[in-house]
Design a protein around this ligand. Structure first.
Ligand code: DGY
Length: 331
């Protein structure tokens, strides 16, 4: 890449914050998407045939068949986002294309949103917030009305104790929750002590004991439907499920069914298996106040999105200067 005599062509698939787009234009020959709609399949093919660097987001499917159509000039896929489950990383690497992502900068905001969903479901916040605008608060305060569940003293089970899982644990401790976690690898004794977290090697055993379960692991072939129908059935009937990671980690149909029949109390979901489509069963449960559904907003702050853009720029610049970019995704 450093041998290029011209500025590299960087194709960006979605609108990015103004400040990021401006900086990219200054540095690179940048082709932006002014429509802010995902590129059509044909436009995506054209992008990989012409770009030196592609900047996709999670709404672009960068699979093996697309990569097979890429021109030899495509050297870097600098993803705007942390999760790379929409990119066939192995295929890219086999073709000599480097892949980078934007870890670290959206940790706190995503953990905030996870905590917000836990509170929203337990304390019926979104349901309550509809009442006054709908002008249906007619009888005033009542000892028995709109009762939720206390979270202080409850057990939170975190599935995936990476950066976001740990940031959630810190917040949850401040709310008086006890922290339990399952992870591929046990975190260091120091981190466990700091978070006062109990490690469960067996996910099944942890699920049977917690009151709230939060999914904070990436979607990979190994985590697809990790919370399967069988595992979801292990939860207590009062349990609540929260997901701000990827929809595919939970068997969404099984989750909806178990909430419908009262085997799970509720859920707070920011991510779905077929985004932007959401199961009509979940939508019905949201209308009934059993679940809270958000349109993938975990990292949706000005700060996170600008920081993500800065990471993309640093990754591209470093790569073009002939160095290893800081956020290289490994196989
Ligand atoms: C990511 O970066 O993968 C997030 O899901 C975007 O919010």
């Amino acid at each position: 890449m450093s041998s290029l005599k011209r500025k590299p062509l960087v194709v960006v698939t979605r609108r990015l914050p103004d400040v990021v787009e401006t900086r990219m234009r200054e540095l690179f020959d940048t082709r932006l998407n002014h429509d802010d709609k995902p590129l059509s399949p044909a436009a995506l093919v054209q992008a990989v045939q012409e770009a030196d660097v592609l900047v996709p987001t999670l709404t672009d499917e960068i699979d093996a068949s697309l990569l097979a159509q890429a021109g030899p000039q495509l050297r870097l896929i600098a993803n705007f986002g942390n999760g790379v489950d929409h990119i066939d990383v192995d295929s890219a690497l086999q073709r000599g294309i480097t892949v980078t992502n934007t870890p670290g900068v959206l940790t706190e905001d995503t953990a905030d949103m996870t905590m917000a969903l836990i509170l929203a479901v337990a304390r019926r916040i979104t349901e309550g917030a509809r009442i006054i605008p709908e002008e249906s608060w007619t009888t005033g305060w009542s000892p028995t009305w709109m009762l939720g569940r206390r979270i202080t003293g409850k057990r939170l089970g975190i599935v995936g104790m990476g950066r976001i899982g740990q940031a959630l644990a810190r917040r949850a401790r401040a709310f008086g929750l006890s922290i339990h976690y399952h992870n591929r690898r046990r975190v260091s004794a120091r981190t466990e002590a700091e978070l006062e977290a109990t490690y469960w090697e067996s996910l099944d055993q942890m699920l049977a004991r917690v009151d709230i379960v939060s999914v904070n692991c990436p979607h990979t072939p190994a985590t697809y439907h990790l919370l399967s129908a069988r595992r979801l059935k292990l939860l207590k009937p009062e349990a609540v499920v929260v997901n701000t990671a990827r929809g595919e980690v939970i068997d969404e149909t099984a989750l909806a069914r178990l909430i419908e029949v009262g085997d799970i109390a509720g859920a707070g979901l920011d991510v779905f298996e077929q985004e932007p489509a959401v199961s009509p069963r979940l939508v019905k449960l949201a209308k009934a106040g059993k679940v809270v559904l958000l349109p993938h907003m975990g990292s949706a702050t000005h700060e996170s999105r600008i920081d993500m853009g800065e990471k993309v720029i640093i990754n591209i610049k470093t790569f073009m200067d002939g160095h290893r970019p800081p956020d290289r995704v490994l196989p």
